[in-house]
Each structure stands twice: as C-alpha cells, then as structure tokens.
Design a protein around this ligand. Structure first.
Ligand code: SF4
Ligand code: SF4
Length: 383
C-alpha cells in the first residue's frame, strides 16, 4: 500500500503536465535507433518512457535531462507517444519538487536571471541593445515594416552579435524600415520551458506579448529558430498571434523582390546544417539552401544527415546551459562530417548551432580546417 500511492501520484502528475501519452508506448525501440545520443553514449528514451509509464522516472538522474528535444524520435514513433512532451513533463515534476543537482546549477542560475533581467546570462537588461550601437538601428514604432527580435544569445554573446549586426546591415542596405525593442524585450522563453520551468516561461511570454501589443507589432523578424518556434507555435496558447518570419525566409523574400542584390562571389565549398527548430520543428528547409545556391561561385555541399534527418547540434531542450563532456558532443560529429566532405565553411541559421560548432571547432583544433558562419554573415559580406 505504501509503495503504490506515490507511484500513482507520479503517473497522475506526468499526465497533468502533458505526458499522458507514455501509456501508449509498446517498447518497440524505434526511438532509440534515431536518437543522436546513441552516437556518443548509451541512452534509451524508450526506457525512460517505460519508467514514466510505471510512475518511476528517476528525475534526479541526468537521463531525464539528456533529451535535446531534437524532434527525431517523435517522427518515428508508431504510437504517437510524444517523447518531448513526456520528457518535459518529467522535468516539470523535477522543477515542482525543487530537485537539485550540480548538473542543474546553471539552469537555476539561468532561471533566476530570466526572472530578474529577462535574459539567461546574468547580464544587465540595460545592456540588451548595446550590440546595435553604431549600426543605425532605431527603436521600433508601429509605422515600421517589421520588428527585429534578435534573441538573447545574439544580443549578449560577443561571437553571436555578428549575426545581429549583419542582419541590421543587410536590412539597411535593402532599405527596410525596421526597429528593435531593445531593453523592453525578454527572452522568448523556449529553452527554459523545455527544462520544466513553466512559470518562468509564462511570465516571459506574457510580458513579451504585452510589449508587442503595446507597440503595435504585427510582423516579427527573428534570427533564432527557437524564437520562431515559440512566437509562432507557443504564444498562440495565450491567444496572441503575430506574423513571425525567420531571417532565412526574409532574406529569400528580399532577394526575390529585388530589394537585396548579391554583388560578390563566394568561391568556397559550403555545407549547410539544418537546425532542428528551423527544419524538423518548423519545416523550413529550402529558403537557406536557395539563398546559398544563388550565390555566384559557391559550391553547395549537402551533408549526409540533412533536412528531416539532420543531426542535432546538441544545444536544444535546455542543454545549452548543461555542460556536455567534449567526448559526448554531437556538434563534434557534425563538424567532422562537414570536413570529411571537403567543406571550407559550415553554414547554418541558428545561434545555438553556431555556438556549438564554434566550441567544437576550437575544442578539436579545427580552426585551420573550417569556418562556421550564419547565413546572414555570408550574405552581408556579399551585398
Ligand atoms: S518509438 Fe514510440 S512506441 Fe516505440 S519504444 Fe519509442 S516511444 Fe515507445
Ligand atoms: S527528441 Fe531527439 S534527443 Fe530527444 S529523445 Fe528523441 S531523438 Fe533523442
């Protein structure tokens, strides 16, 4: 009797937090065959789902925090088990009970910083628009064509600021009337939600939605596929619908309308990596390819695992804050795949992926072998 009730309680909580589908799993194991973790360690999402179905997930172990929410296994599941929702439900239980471990220390710090400053880096909110100084970027007003929402990583990280600056320069060259909300922006909340901190996500989302409405925002341009996913697919849960466009789609639009002209040549072999939240989660595969293939001199390389089968960089699902051993990084494998195919540039369209690939590049001493670029950086060089 003593052992049954807590298990039942856990099963009820998993259901309550959105993980009801664990009960449909019939343990076929198809999920494990596609999970990128099994390229670097032994990890079984199937086992985790079984434990959850029996009400005994070990929420204090790293296994619950491994899933990068890459979106590969839900596509394979014959029973529509929704592994990402199940894992997030387990993390929400952990957050509810205040499970603490050294592993989760950076997540707690990110969560506190998001509450206090609207970004996960313990950086001052007042510095959020510093990247834009000297780049002719105005504050948004409702007469403008589009709001540019750069993302926390692009706003604060020295390497990733190049993405925001390239975007601003491109927009100015194309004559787009755009603005930013700067210190009035909050993190979109995508990653913290995946760690189970639902309350923090809701606070960030509500504040952003109110700011967008108060400023008359209708169309939002984003650099990060994670912002795209959240604004497009998750903010409607709050009855807020904005038109959201990723920079890869917008660049294609500007080039197609003749507002942006590619002038130079780029005589390099370029491999393109599909970010999980741009590709698998939002079906955007062609615009970045069309942009790269339209560049004179560029030799496009298709990677082995591409489009729907793309290999995750390892940073999604809140893993951006959790330390991953060098030997367990998927981004190492991706960089090596690109080098093996002779790529001189690994291009992508997500700040998380760029961050992961840059770390692998320096960690594995590949600085001389390959460079990592966001597509905006390449286009900015050529327009
Ligand atoms: S693919 Fe679906 S049904 Fe098969 S083991 Fe994984 S979760 Fe269970
Ligand atoms: S979503 Fe991706 S990382 Fe998560 S368990 Fe499925 S395949 Fe593995």
């Amino acid at each position: 009797m003593d052992t049954e009730s807590p298990i039942k309680e856990v099963i009820e909580e998993i259901k309550e937090f959105g993980g009801a589908a664990v009960q449909y799993c019939y343990q076929c194991g198809k999920c494990d065959t596609v999970c990128p973790w099994n390229k670097v360690i032994n990890f079984s999402i199937r086992r985790l789902i079984r434990e959850a179905a029996f009400g005994i997930p070990e929420i204090e172990l790293e296994e619950v925090w491994r899933c990068t929410t890459c979106g590969k296994c839900p596509r394979e599941c014959p029973r529509d088990v929704k592994q990402i929702d199940d894992v997030v439900a387990m993390r929400r239980i952990a957050a509810e009970y205040g499970v603490s471990s050294t592993l989760l220390k950076p997540v707690r710090s990110a969560s506190a910083s998001l509450n206090a400053e609207g970004n996960p880096f313990v950086q001052d909110r007042s510095k959020r628009a510093d990247w834009a100084e000297g780049y002719n970027v105005k504050g948004f007003d409702e007469e403008m064509e589009i709001l540019y929402f750069p993302c926390c990583y692009v706003s604060y990280d020295q390497r990733l600021m190049a993405i925001a600056r390239s975007t601003a320069e491109i927009m100015n060259k194309a004559g787009v009337e755009f603005g930013i909300l700067g210190t009035k922006e909050n993190c979109c909340g995508e990653s913290i939600r995946k760690t189970g901190n639902e309350d923090v996500f809701k606070t960030l989302a509500r504040e952003n939605i109110k700011t967008f409405i108060d400023h008359g925002v209708k169309r939002i341009l984003v650099s990060s596929p994670h912002c795209l996913h959240t604004f497009k697919n998750e903010y409607p849960e709050f009855k807020a619908n904005f038109e959201v466009i990723h920079i890869s789609e917008y660049l294609n639009e500007l080039i197609g309308e003749g507002r942006l002209e590619i002038k130079g040549e780029y005589s390099k072999k370029v491999a393109y990596h599909d970010p999980c939240y741009l590709g698998r989660h939002n079906g955007i595969y062609d615009p970045p390819r069309e942009i790269l293939k339209a560049i004179p001199g560029l030799e496009f390389i298709e990677l082995y695992e591409s489009r729907e089968d793309s290999l995750c960089c390892g940073m999604g699902g809140g893993r951006i804050w959790i330390d991953t051993k060098m030997s367990e990084r998927f981004s190492n494998l991706r960089l090596e795949q690109a080098i093996e195919l002779g790529a001189e540039v690994l291009a992508t369209a997500c700040p998380y992926c760029i961050d992961a690939f840059e770390e692998s590049r320096s960690g594995l001493n590949y600085e001389e072998s390959i460079v990592v670029k966001d597509i905006t950086e390449i286009i900015n060089e050529l327009t």
